[in-house]
Design a protein. Structure first.
Length: 535
């Protein structure tokens, strides 16, 4: 853990303006850790670097031995959001059927090793900032009303938030983790891994501590280097913290039973205090830790495409149900027809010619995906919400959504549904269903089915082809509207709704090499009927 702390601090000193995407191997020779921690400028930079570590897990890339890896794409694969026909980016194992056991030591281990190291790197960086502040360092000149330094309070509440955010993501991703306390030094010999429920609770507790600090602190705004290109006023930062707590409470559930037991009234309380505008970051190709390779990958037409299981429920022809009914080895890419304007509408009577272009997902006539791992992984569609993949550089130049008001609206809709306030849930579901999908509005029973024409045009449909109910419509809106926002959402929702494929990991194990270093027993997840997997 202390090694991660030193790595993180060195990165904080060096990272500004560096184009390399590998945050994991900075030069430790100069400056020394102790000297760096005495420098207020370094500490202010480090506070922002902590978020860059977190962003790597959310959307960015990691470089290992010259190979670019995409940690979040593994979550997208497990959540049936994307598919991959080859091993480019090393996430195809998470798309395979039947789901295999995860190799927790060799080649594929980056899937959990990168998030593990990056999150703890961010936590350690933020902890170093907090320790420096506690030792008396002042960030900015002291004034009569701010004797601690002009921006010391800002660095304190932001760094406290980063520690909390790290634990929230550890709790959402891993089966267990080491808890790093705000008020205690990092214990290098700590082997006391705690279950994800405790880790999530600690992340929420620490984020609430950050909210309390920010609430009583002098008004301030973060520099636009912390979340790149975006200055965040204190009040907006507090709203982001509340929304992250809502994510933790909902996305942390590992099963439908756990999801049902969420305190949905408490979730609504957090949402009421949460974001009122999208939380974003400006991507800059030369600025490490700002580029969304997740958004690049979901827009590609080659080694990654939207999964059939993502857009299939919008099909009204039965093509998706026919695909599901076939043995895995007999499946191939399909074309669908749908009234949902977010997805290309193919006229299946005219050899798949496209009559409507989709706003989020479009048919692509050429098949550039590799079939080396099986035809069942092929898809005839590509993501276009942020442009056309390799012909568009939005992922490295655009304003990247990290969390949206729509995401929060759909969490609220689920809370209202589960609290039997379904008429209120209907209003939120219809916001995107009607405006973006151009679909007929749902009522408390779901999509309209009063006439034969309405039944024929029903979206979404269940796996058996029947028209979905209100909760199916809610799940569909969340799936399609959160496509391309953050891959963790698809995975977390699928496990909480009981929609993961059998044998899919419900959380990741501690990296095998970390277990070896700590002299702890090896274990792993994944595979039909194995521990830590969906039934």
């Amino acid at each position: 853990m202390r090694k991660l702390s030193r790595t993180a601090i060195a990165a904080a000193v060096m990272i500004a303006g560096v184009g390399c995407q590998d945050l994991d191997v900075p030069n430790m020779n100069n400056p020394s850790l102790d000297e760096a921690k005495k420098n207020p400028t370094n500490m202010e930079t480090a506070a922002g670097t902590a978020f860059k570590y977190m962003f790597t897990v959310m959307q960015a890339s990691d470089i290992r031995n010259g190979t670019t890896l995409y940690p979040s794409m593994a979550f997208a694969g497990m959540g049936n959001e994307v598919t991959s026909g080859d091993n480019t980016g090393r996430f195809s194992d998470c798309c395979l059927e039947p789901r295999p056991e995860f190799n927790n030591f060799d080649q594929g281990q980056w899937i959990n090793r990168t998030p593990y190291q990056m999150i703890y790197g961010g936590i350690a960086t933020a902890k170093d900032v907090l320790e420096s502040i506690n030792s008396g360092i002042k960030i900015g000149a002291s004034t009569s009303d701010r004797p601690r330094g002009l921006h010391t309070d800002r660095a304190e509440w932001w760094s406290t938030f980063m520690v909390g955010l790290g634990h929230i993501y550890l709790g959402m991703i891993f089966d267990k983790s080491l808890i790093i306390e705000l008020d205690k030094p990092i214990d290098e010999n700590n082997k006391n891994f705690r279950p994800y429920t405790e880790v999530l609770a600690k992340g929420i507790e620490q984020t609430r501590a950050a909210i309390a600090l920010a609430t009583k602190a002098p008004d301030d705004t973060t520099p636009d280097t912390w979340v790149n290109g975006i200055k965040i006023p204190r009040a907006d930062a507090i709203r982001i913290m509340h929304s992250m707590i809502a994510r933790a409470m909902v996305y942390g559930a590992r099963s439908p039973e756990e999801r049902a037991k969420v305190d949905w009234n408490a979730v609504i309380t957090e949402l009421d205090a949460g974001i009122v505008k999208n939380f974003q970051q400006q991507a800059v190709n030369t600025n490490s830790g700002t580029i969304s390779y997740y958004k690049q990958q979901v827009q590609l037409g080659t080694n990654a495409r939207p999964a059939v299981r993502l857009y299939g429920p919008a099909d009204t022809t039965g093509a998706f149900q026919a695909w599901l009914a076939k043995p895995v080895e007999q499946r191939a890419a399909i074309s669908i027809a749908t009234p949902d304007k977010r997805i290309s509408n193919a006229d299946l009577q005219k050899n798949g010619n496209i009559v409507t272009a989709g706003a989020y997902i479009q048919f692509i006539s050429s098949q550039a995906m590799s079939a080396s791992l099986g035809n069942y992984l092929l898809s005839n569609y590509r993501g276009v919400r942020y442009g056309f993949g390799t012909t568009n550089n939005f992922y490295q130049t655009g304003l990247i959504d990290l969390m949206t008001v729509t995401e929060m609206d759909l969490i609220r809709a689920e809370a209202l549904y589960r609290l039997n306030r379904r008429a209120e849930a209907v209003t939120l579901i219809n916001k995107t269903r009607v405006a973006n999908g151009k679909l007929p509005p749902v009522d408390v029973n779901g999509p309209p089915q009063a006439t034969a024409a309405q039944k024929a045009a029903c979206v979404p449909r269940r796996d058996d082809g029947s028209c979905g109910d209100l909760f199916d419509a809610l799940m569909w809106e969340s799936r399609i509207e959160n496509f391309g926002i953050e891959a963790t959402i698809a995975w977390a929702n699928a496990r909480g709704w009981g929609k993961l494929l059998p044998g899919t990991m419900i959380h990741l194990p501690i990296p095998g090499r970390e277990l070896q270093t700590l002299e702890l027993p090896y274990y792993t997840f994944g595979g039909l009927g194995k521990p830590g997997t969906s039934p």
